[in-house]
Write a protein that binds this ligand. Structure first.
Ligand SMILES: Cc1cc2nc3c(=O)[nH]c(=O)nc-3n(C[C@H](O)[C@H](O)[C@H](O)COP(=O)(O)OP(=O)(O)OC[C@H]3O[C@@H](n4cnc5c(N)ncnc54)[C@H](O)[C@@H]3O)c2cc1C
Length: 382
């Protein structure tokens, strides 16, 4: 499908494609196996100015447009979602500052992210607060011109590697979700440490860690927005970031599809390529159609976000759950088309299948997304 990309967008796409093919593909299997954080690829991304695409021009970036991020994200994730997440999660961790931060906070932190000098992470989830984010137990107590943070965050992507963390904590527990606030915490702050690194099914090249806060004192000016606005910020962040999970999904689905269709043309059984069997052809047709539909939803939603339209929570949730369900189905079907070889690590599709699964879980599970869509629909048709 033609998306009428501009010259600049075609250039960004080509840069991302080359990084993915030339730098990420050769190390993809090894980094997955060793759960190795891809600092060398981060350096390549830095030099190619990829991080600047996350940030608007007024803060030393070159874009900040969700469409541009979707284009780049798809290219990177067509080869390796896990490696690409060092970039994607930095966008997620940065969004609270871009969306709710003061001018001073933006001027301080966004250029550091645009240059790729520092990675970011987003810390909401806790052991007892996943889908029910309002149940977070981490607290931030005001003490003069500081806040003192106590609590433990769980499963934080880029954890231990990023230097800038946007952390959600309760400033007034009695108010429930309305008592949450968001803070910027820098890596070397005393009282802030990292717990265990998770051993995961997929996206193994990204680190997923506990963040531990023990009487961690941060300057009061590190609060994002006012006290009590944490959840509003988190919801705005997700509305903007979920199309990006959609783009990750389109990428991994495309990577698996491309491997499957090439394989089907080479693999001979019964004296013919398996692509000559209608059962295989129909699978390929369905895979390509679903990817195209998911991409169209992601690109159109990204354009809505960039156009500054108010209220796109429904479309963002649709992108996230539809595209990630497509990614799961397409990667499973790709393994099927490769047969026994698909199950082996010498082909990339088993990894893509493992990587795809997280897309149905993080940034709000697909059940939660369906709930957001249904609620919006019921209000629209009231
Ligand atoms: C690899 C990885 C990386 C992550 N990275 C980050 C990160 O960087 N930052 C961060 O803050 N978090 C991160 N997370 C956390 C992630 O966002 C949560 O895992 C997710 O929101 C779901 O929460 P949970 O796992 O506690 O599941 P639960 O909330 O316990 O849900 C369990 C099941 O119950 C279902 N369920 C729960 N409530 C409802 C409901 N109301 N209606 C219908 N079904 C429901 C869910 O859909 C799910 O199927 C990460 C998680 C993983 C695994």
């Amino acid at each position: 499908m033609e998306y009428f990309l501009t010259e600049d967008q075609l250039e960004m796409k080509e840069i991302a494609r080359r990084i993915a093919e030339e730098k990420m593909r050769p190390v993809s299997e090894k980094y997955d196996e060793e759960a190795h954080f891809p600092w060398d690829i981060v350096e390549v991304m830095r030099q190619a100015d990829l991080f600047a695409i996350l940030i608007p021009e007024e803060y030393d970036g070159i874009s900040g447009k969700v469409v541009d991020l979707a284009i780049v994200t798809e290219e990177l994730c067509a080869v390796d979602v896990g490696i690409a997440l060092a970039f994607g999660v930095t966008g997620l961790g940065m969004y609270p500052i871009l969306i709710g931060g003061s001018e001073e906070q933006k001027r301080k932190y966004l250029p550091q992210i645009a240059s790729g000098e520092r990675l970011a992470a987003f810390a909401l989830t806790e052991a007892n607060a996943g889908s029910d984010a309002g149940a977070i137990e981490t607290t931030a107590r005001r003490d003069g011109d500081h806040y003192v943070i106590n609590g433990t965050k769980q499963w934080i992507s880029n954890g231990g590697e990023a230097e800038i963390y946007t952390v959600f904590a309760m400033t007034d527990r009695a108010k429930g979700a309305r008592g949450a606030s968001c803070f910027i915490v820098e890596k070397d702050t005393p009282g802030f440490s990292f717990g265990k690194k998770e051993n995961k099914m997929g996206i193994r090249a990204n680190s997923t860690r506990e963040l531990i806060f023990e009487d961690c004192r941060i300057p009061a000016e590190n609060i994002i927005g006012r006290e009590g606005t944490g959840f509003i910020t988190a919801m705005k962040v997700f509305d903007k970031s979920r199309p990006m999970v959609g783009a990750q999904a389109v990428g991994v689905a495309r990577g698996a599809f491309e491997t499957a269709i090439r394989y089907s043309q080479q693999r001979q059984q019964f004296g013919k390529p398996i692509s000559s069997f209608q059962a295989v052809q129909f699978m390929l047709a369905d895979m390509a159609t679903q990817i195209e539909a998911a991409r169209a939803l992601v690109m159109q939603t990204a354009r809505m976000v960039d156009a500054g339209i108010k209220g796109y929570a429904k479309e963002s949730a649709m992108c996230k759950y539809y595209a990630s369900d497509v990614a799961m189905k397409v990667t499973v079907d790709a393994v099927q088309i490769l047969g026994g070889y698909g199950y082996m690590k010498e082909y990339p599709v088993e990894k893509m299948m493992r990587d795809a699964k997280i897309l149905q879980i993080y940034e709000g599970t697909n059940q939660i997304q369906r709930g957001i869509v249904a609620n919006a629909l019921l209000k629209e048709y009231y």
